[in-house]
Ligand binder design. Structure first.
Ligand SMILES: C[S@@+](CC[C@H](N)C(=O)[O-])C[C@H]1O[C@@H](n2cnc3c(N)ncnc32)[C@H](O)[C@@H]1O
Length: 280
């Protein structure tokens, strides 16, 4: 930029006219951003059938951030976290099961066949890393996350580290993806309220994932209800980390460490969810 132009810009920046002079530039900046969101919103309205619990891919950079998140939370090399995430993507048997079962389900009119795991790839890698004997997930919906966790548990079992996942949902139709073998063999599907299900748990819980009623009050009640059931060194996860500060506060109050990962969906209007993790 010429020295004269630069001097003039600096002079204008000191005057009350600066915001007016900068308006066209600022307008273009935000319009370009909004046009991108509008384009992906229009594409989604036409190509997707989903009306809640949206699925999407993560950007390549965001997947890399997720691998580092898993590496930090589970104290494993990042290359290993990346390898586990790739293992899930390469699982064609699971992908085919989800595609065909979704296409045949009673809710097929409101579900996309295309399989996109997003942050659930982090859940998979965490379960692979920790080798838990018992995972509890509140909020099953179709069972996409449950299947991902079950797939990780089956790989662990093949390596001599068996485990099961208990998943609970109020909706009796939830979990239709989890009812097929081999995944069903490690899934206990409970229909009912998560707080009642947590109170009824008998065995110790190694990994707990909150993904049900996302109000702060319910999320807090779940962590309080599961606390006496936790195994030594258990890991607490929340799907609600971009919406509430319940888990970081709970971690603070119970002497745990805390870390958050925030999703960056690729080619989707939704700003994304995340994973919150608390551990000792
Ligand atoms: C966001 S979805 C779960 C998504 C799922 N974990 C996945 O990976 O796709 C939330 C689910 O929580 C269930 N839910 C809401 N309140 C609940 C409660 N109090 N107890 C159990 N499930 C509940 C809803 O029926 C819904 O299916």
């Amino acid at each position: 930029m010429a020295a004269g132009t630069q001097r003039m810009r600096r002079a204008i920046a000191r005057t009350p006219f600066a915001p007016v002079a900068a308006f066209p530039f600022r307008f273009l900046r935000v319009a370009r951003y909004d046009a991108r969101v509008l384009r992906s919103s229009a594409r989604w309205l036409v190509t997707s059938r989903e009306h809640h619990n949206y699925t999407y891919d993560l950007t390549a950079l965001n997947r890399e951030h997720l691998a580092w998140f898993v590496s930090d939370v589970c104290a494993v090399p990042v290359a290993q976290a990346r390898a586990w995430m790739a293992e899930l993507e390469a699982d064609e048997v699971l992908r085919h099961h989800i595609e065909t079962t979704t296409a045949a389900s009673a809710r097929r009119g409101l579900a996309d066949r295309h399989v996109r795991y997003a942050r659930r790839a982090g859940w998979y890698a965490i379960v692979r890393a920790r080798g838990p004997a018992h995972v509890v997930e509140t909020g099953t919906d179709k069972g996409l996350g449950t299947c991902v966790i079950a797939a990780a548990l089956l790989r662990n079992a093949a390596e001599g580290r068996p485990g099961r996942v208990t998943t609970v949902d109020l909706n009796p139709e939830a979990g239709y993806l989890t009812r097929a073998e081999p995944w069903a063999a490690v899934v206990d599907l409970v229909v009912g309220d998560s707080l009642a299900a947590l109170a009824a748990l008998t065995g110790p819980v190694d990994v707990f994932l909150h993904d049900s009623d996302h109000s702060s009050a319910h999320e807090r009640r779940e962590f309080t209800a599961v606390e006496p059931k936790l195994a030594e060194g258990a890991l607490l996860l929340t799907d609600n980390v971009t919406k509430t500060d319940v888990l970081p506060r709970y971690a603070d109050a119970t002497g745990r460490r805390f870390l958050a990962f925030r999703e960056q969906p690729a080619r989707h209007w939704y700003p994304g969810d995340g994973i919150g993790a608390a551990w000792r």
